[in-house]
Design a binder for this molecule. Structure first.
Ligand SMILES: Cc1ncc(COP(=O)(O)O)c(C=O)c1O
Length: 383
């Protein structure tokens, strides 16, 4: 029987082996493990690719978010951390890190429901909150480009302008994606990316990068990731050991050569899934916005009838792996309880999504034959 994983990192390594092995050998030769030349080379290449002034390598996507928020706290309020009266709007349907980094930066996350079809934050509800009596001292918004698809960045930026909010784009899942031709991570005040191995551009361990056009906040992030000072033995701010490893940067530089090709490959797999699964009774395929260039970090279906767990089990029995991103919306988690977060109105779309979505294998090197096999298996669930 076929065994189809969500992603096959070994296959990808074999495909890029010469480039990756050469990159590793170069590091072994120079032995500059901390902030070696590959880190700056990667930062410069990604900055040029995104069309931004600065990119700063970081130890993970999570630390990228924290350091972006901290830099904004220092530059906007003069305080090291936000405080609980500072509200930051985000989605409840995301990875924990999006919300928990807001807590770590000292602020209160305000969870606002998602659009039922794209699963991204519903910008109409964000506007409703910002004009409602429940609104507190909102300082910023962290839109998440979930599964590789951009939020409506026109409206996010309009709201930011009208209500004087900063925008930190969480681009962890959308490296290479764009909105109306502008690369994600280049639109808000900061873009925060993850190089977790399974991401569209993934390393061989943890890593991340921060993008910005602002010289002052870029400088602050560079201080924060080195313990909080320009001189790490005489520091100004409460900082982190948040640097990107040379070794990861070297691997990422080798893999970066393939990012456009691999995103296109993901698009092809997604197109085949769309053609095979669209219109099936009981299954909803992803809705893409015409202005968003989706990079399909995940291809996520929603079941409208039947039992999602049962679907997953039946697919597993046929050798098809699936995953649920995410089974618990953030506002239901203990960590966001005890008054640490706020919700606005009903979060029913996020709750429904967490009960009904599941993602199919989307390995860029997956053959058309394997994709067709997955399609047949999914059709079998609802016929
Ligand atoms: C939406 C989102 N935000 C933040 C993160 C955190 O990134 P990392 O795992 O690199 O810390 C992830 C990835 O896992 C993510 O998917």
């Amino acid at each position: 029987m076929k065994q189809l994983p969500m992603l096959d990192l070994r296959l990808q390594y074999e495909y890029m082996k010469n480039d990756i092995d050469a990159a590793l050998k170069k590091c072994l030769d120079h032995q500059k493990w901390i902030l070696g030349p590959e880190v700056k080379e990667l930062e410069d290449k990604i900055a040029a690719y995104l069309g931004v002034k600065h990119c700063i390598g970081a130890s993970s996507g999570t630390e990228s978010l924290v350091m972006s928020l901290r830099a904004l706290s220092i530059s906007l309020t003069g305080r090291e951390f936000f405080d609980g009266t500072d509200e930051i709007i985000t989605t409840p349907f995301t990875f924990t890190a999006t919300g928990d980094t807001i807590l770590r930066a000292g602020a209160t996350p305000v969870f606002i429901d998602v659009d039922p079809d794209t699963y991204n934050i519903d910008v109409r509800k964000v506007r409703q909150y910002l004009t409602s009596p429940q609104k507190g001292k909102v300082v910023g918004i962290v839109p998440v480009h979930l599964y590789g698809q951009s939020c409506d960045m026109d409206e996010v930026m309009r709201l930011a302008g009208e209500f004087n909010l900063f925008v930190v784009e969480d681009v962890a899942q959308a490296f290479g994606g764009s909105w109306k031709g502008r690369k994600l991570g280049s639109i808000g005040d900061f873009g925060s990316f993850s190089f977790f191995p399974a991401k569209n551009l993934g390393g061989f361990g943890d890593g991340g990068i921060i993008s910005t056009n602002n010289d002052q906040t870029a400088e602050l992030v560079r201080m924060l990731l080195k313990h909080g000072g320009k001189d790490k033995y005489n520091v100004d701010h409460v900082g982190y050991n948040g640097r990107l490893d040379t070794l990861q940067a070297a691997i990422l530089l080798a893999k970066f050569k393939y990012i456009e090709e691999f995103n296109e490959r993901r698009g092809r797999v997604a197109g085949q899934y769309d053609n095979g699964l669209k219109g099936l009774d009981g299954i909803v395929t992803p809705r893409t916005l015409p202005d968003a260039q989706h990079v399909y970090h995940q291809y996520t279906l929603r079941c409208t009838r039947g039992d999602r767990d049962e679907f997953q089990k039946r697919l597993k029995d046929k050798g098809v792996s699936t995953m649920v991103y995410y089974p618990y919306p953030l506002h239901k988690m203990k960590v966001f309880g005890n008054g640490r977060s706020k919700t606005f109105g009903s979060l029913a779309n996020a709750e429904k999504a967490s009960e009904s979505v599941f993602s199919l294998p989307i390995e860029p090197l997956q053959s058309a034959e394997d994709t067709a096999y997955v399609i047949e298996c999914v059709k079998g669930l609802v016929s």
